[in-house]
Design a protein around this ligand. Sequence first.
Ligand SMILES: CC(C)(COP(=O)(O)OP(=O)(O)OC[C@H]1O[C@@H](n2cnc3c(N)ncnc32)[C@H](O)[C@@H]1OP(=O)(O)O)[C@@H](O)C(=O)NCCC(=O)NCCS
Length: 188
Amino acid sequence: MRAFDSLPIDWTHILPTIIPLAEIDPELVESLLDAAFGKDRMGRTAYKVREGMEMLEGLSIAAVDMTENELLGSLQCWPAALTDEEGKMHPMIMVGPVAVHPDCQRQGIGRAMIDAMLKELHKDESLPLVMIGDPAYYDRFFGFSPERTGGWKLPGPWDPDRLLVRAPKDAVLPEKGKLGPWTKAKTV
Ligand SMILES: CC(C)(COP(=O)(O)OP(=O)(O)OC[C@H]1O[C@@H](n2cnc3c(N)ncnc32)[C@H](O)[C@@H]1OP(=O)(O)O)[C@@H](O)C(=O)NCCC(=O)NCCS
């Protein structure tokens, strides 16, 4: 497997195959993320939310072009938790980064990866999914919304319109709390 190389390939013919991200060389994933988000991405607040955590391998996805043996996209999930005002931790799944190589965006690869991740979740038992992202994309296609995150804080700067959660309507979500790594202490 190698990094996506846009020059010699007509990418309109690409048919992505979805496989576990754990099968991909981590260095390839890092260079894809640099291409999608820039090399200064590590300072982003989302990285602090899952600091010290290990990626959830069962929910982390890669999109590859098997013909060319190239990595086209990646989606990672992490254990996170919202700590409420009483200090109780409410476990959640942090989704992201979701990245598609800039030269093959808007071809359905992002949606294919997110659909694959959602299929892995147990419908009735899934923890809330939280992410920092564009509601015009994540709300429109997948029901991630900023409606219930207005009272939440993050360990760094954030745009409240981009702090999104996807949970059943009847799920109990604290109105106020701070999002951070899931350290498994004081969990409700
Ligand atoms: C955002 C991203 C994951 C979407 O994946 P993608 O494969 O490019 O998009 P898809 O093909 O799945 O979806 C295409 C549709 O989504 C829309 N879309 C794509 N990115 C969008 C965005 N950031 N905001 C609003 N709409 C978006 C397209 O207009 C298109 O809509 P249409 O079908 O009506 O034409 C990808 O563009 C990307 O990696 N962007 C850079 C990194 C990033 O911002 N990641 C998200 C934060 S974690």
